[in-house]
Design a protein around this ligand. Sequence first.
Ligand SMILES: Cc1ncc(C[n+]2csc(CCOP(=O)(O)OP(=O)(O)O)c2C)c(N)n1
Length: 1220
Amino acid sequence: MNQCRLRSLVRVRRSLALGLRGTDHHILARQALRTIQTTAQGRGVHDLDSFANGCSAAYIEGLYNKWKRNPKSVDESWNELFSGDDRTTAKRRPLPASHFRKYRRPPVERTAIKARSGARTASGGASAAPAAPPSDWKNIDDHHVIQAIIRAYQSRGHLAADLDPLGIVGPKKHKSVDGTQRHAAREVLRQHYSYIFNDLNTMFKLPSSTMIGGDQEFLTLKEILDRLERIYCGHIGVEYMQITSLTKTNWIRDRFEKPGGLDLTKEEKKLILERLTRSTGFENFLAKKFSSEKRFGLEGCDIMIPCIKEVVDRATKQGVESILIGMAHRGRLNVLANICRKPISDILSQFHGLKATDSGSGDVKYHLGVFQERLNRQTNRMVRITVVANPSHLEHVNPVLLGKARAEMFQRGDTCGSKVMPIIIHGDASFSGQGVVYESMHLSDLPSYTTYGTIHIVSNNQVGFTTDPRFSRSSRYCTDVAKVVNAPILHVNADDPEACIQCARIVTDYRTRFRKDVVIDIVGYRRNGHNEADEPMFTQPLMYQRIRKLKPCLQLYAEKLIKEGVVTDGEFKAMVSNYEKICEDAWTKSKAVKSIKYSSWIDSPWPGFFEGRDRLKLCPTGVSTDTLKTIGEMFSTPPPSEHKFEAHKGILRILAQRTQMVQDKVADWSLGEAFAFGSLLKEGIHVRLSGQDVERGTFSHRHHVLYHQTEDKVVYNSLDHLYPDQAHYSVCNSSLSECAVLGFEHGYSMASPHALVIWEGQFGDFCNTAQCIIDTFIASGETKWVRQSGVVMLLPHSMEGMGPEHSSGRMERFLQMSDDDPDVYPDTCDADFVARQLMSVNWIVTNLSTPANLFHCLRRQVNMGFRKPLINFSPKSLLRHPLARSPFKDFNECSSFQRLIPDKGPAGKKPEGVKKLVFCSGKVYYDLFKERDDHQQVETVALVRVEQLCPFPYDLISQQLELYPKAELLWAQEEHKNNGGWFYVQPRFDTALLKNEKESRCISYRGRPPSSSPATGNKVQHYSEYKALIKSVFGELTPENKKRLEEQIKKQQAKAKADAQSKPSTKPPSTPPKGGSSPPPAPTGPQPRKPLISMPSRPPRGGKQRSGSAPAPDLVDEASAARNTEPNSPAHDGASPSAWKRSGSAPAPSLAPRASASRSPSRAQTYRNPPSPAHDGAAPSTRQDSSEFIKRRPAKDFGSRSRTQKNPEESELDPTRPEH
Ligand SMILES: Cc1ncc(C[n+]2csc(CCOP(=O)(O)OP(=O)(O)O)c2C)c(N)n1
């Protein structure tokens, strides 16, 4: 291309830019471009064929405009070209072809070109370089720009929406594309902001990506812009183009863009006014009566109440029967009065400072929960509304609410959230500030945690206490966090009640249609200070100057409706005075109230659970041998061969080991746990185990879910197939969250007492990141809100050389928060002492050391006549510890939970010879047990395990103190002195000792010194600390003992070598099988230098003698052994596993219905395929079809990993995902 041509190009572009469009000059310019193209091609400049076509003209024009604003903003070569400076260009050689390679042809909109030119290639496709007449180029460009403008409004219109009633943050009018003043500015329209159209009245064909035309295909430019402006830059700012699903974006577009879609009838407007009158009237009334009382009024966001009401009405119409609301302080009382319809007199009585007649400590009025079942007059349907009690810690109620909603769905057999709906109300500062919001949001689409869509409503008063948004968040909107789950976000100006109600409708319909989270951000203001006694002008002077001048929304809306003729002034005044009278009457009524009851504010009543029940009756927890066999066999059997389930070889080996244990009638940790779960499931108790990697177990010990090795998402869970009429077992790997997941499980446990709900931390210290849930809900929920929960926390805790964090579940914190009095010796003679103690404490803290005790303890959780949280600290090393095994007889009907395990060895048998009585708890017992033997002190040192630390087993402790009257008393723990149980047990031991007047002893501490870090990270130091502990209990090893031990070790090594040579095939493989899990690792922690009792890593098969996997004699509860009718070894009763099969008590490993085992009538009521009379008759998928033996998981597909991958749009069209 020569310089002359380039200069003519520049001139052409200039004339285009000067606005000589549609003129002859313009056409000439286009022709000139084509000439340049032809010439350039002739000269062999390759890229110029695309350079000068119609689309590149627009591209050059864009560059030219950019250059005009700032010559440096384009590449230097373009600068030279556009500047047309002869001096510069004369010096320059022709531009090289590489220059043009910078340009890539923009895509041609084929349909538009097709429609206009009809040009087609020979193959029938649209032509890439259309032969349109030059006069059409402008037209095509205009259409492109129109499309881009529509898209700009759709995706960025919210940036210019008029959302702030205060007008502080808000759009200014700008000269728009058509030359008129509009909101949409450069921020929205970007490069199209300055595009020049010829005529506002030109008709344009609307693209398929908009519905603004309704039935019309063509609109004038002016109409297009007016409509877009009204829809996207009015009082609603809708953020939805970030959603990756076309179905959803189209749905939202349809709702907002269709003409007339947002109109309201007169009646509807009147109803809004009535509701707004109540919302504002309630706050006004409280302000009048209790001017200085904190109530966290809603003034400035009063429309939130009509919005919630609209959501409730609409959802109820769509079939929802139960609505759960989680919210903080702001507007809470108003919600109770006007949404739940809690009698206003009850609410007002909370202001009178009355005494409570029931136990508990209560909570401030704006935290209390409510449960109301009422007739929704709008729909004439009963609806249950729950506002979950919440703590001060903002947003932490969210996961609790979600868990409760999820559990309620499960109970009702609601498989897609059609009957139960959660609503969370957020503050703007806390929504963006609190991490638990993000964690909870991330649960929204996980199969075992989804609530099939939560409606989030933000009461956005544009201030958090005294901090304004510029300093409280980095994101533009407080709601940006919701984008992580692709939720549509509707921002709406709180002073436009009709827009707010429209948004309420749309979010409800969206949730019903897609079963996904959705957000409505009501942008208002806070008329008063953070609370009513606060002075806002200290920190927000300008904002409050504006607020003072602003009429309340109610007044504005009433004026509007009066002007429109929807209501008369008289009608409005009557509305106001009617509601005032309602409040006054309630006030009079409330004055007659002389006391309050905390229990009338309960959010989760358990009807039928407490009535007629002897709460102090502790039901037995043992089960029959048949039950153990059935569960044991199923748990150790791979899926039946006809299902062709390809299990991992390592798993098969683990199952074989389990089979062996069942034959030997001995259970390890995982079998003990399975017995607890399986037996409860049999009794109709739903069991849910949740946490990170719990399906397999962090330490690869559990394996409740087996994975098909060649098919994605195909799994098998034997515990869900034990009995045909069993309850559902749900074991679910959670997201990597502790706070939200623990909160969720706590909420889940609140919904019904007939479920065992467990959260397991990978290591105990992971509870640190859930501290708020522990403190504000689990530790104190019952005291504050009279609400019980039997949630279980499993926190692996122990000094196992895992470093500072992973060694401690911070047992001391839990013990410190326990509310049993250390200085009061309870009435242990009371026949109901044990139950009474459990009932009156805030939670139970255990450090269990045997599988049987774990079994009883878990079963006791649902066998008690009340519910208490349980925190158990059993460590990881006990999962495979050869001594931590229990014989089957410790699970049977004659056995029970042992709060304390006495010494049953020589010391216990001859207590008078005992010199030291060592109390301990948890895994350290096994260390002491071994070391006592090494030190040859089995007769002089008694080891007593305190299995239940809280409530403290005073009765059993006293018995032990009396049994060894002369022994020195020690408390040995592996934790540092300021950690573990010491600070908790010491005063209680003193109380127990003081009880006996003759007692002069006191207990002393043996363990690590105080430390700020829970454990050393250095193995050497860890071991030397361990040795110091042992020495402090047993003294130094004598030279004789040292020698004896060395000889023992040598002998064992020689034997092991000989065994290895004689039976190489029976040895467990030293390397893990291909692609799979490794053999069970040896216990960690201070390793025994030699095994005390010979314990082969695999128990010998079927021998009559006590197998290697049987517990040490000291571990056997002799009292229960005496009662026990079950022999210790399988050979005793002659019932081989095959005999069990024949007996019919064990399930045949097939799909055929198995003989139903007897079930406890007392447990028959719930969670067994929960009936859903109001449901549409579909079997609740909360309990999977019993024929679905091998389950295909309803999980998301990621990429091409799955063979069964569906079209994502397809799956989203079907929101009802079978789950649970
Ligand atoms: C976890 C937590 N952090 C801080 C506070 C103290 N606090 C109570 S309300 C509040 C402001 C909340 O602002 P926002 O979420 O916007 O709600 P608003 O009160 O404005 O309705 C603060 C900082 C708290 N209660 N909880």
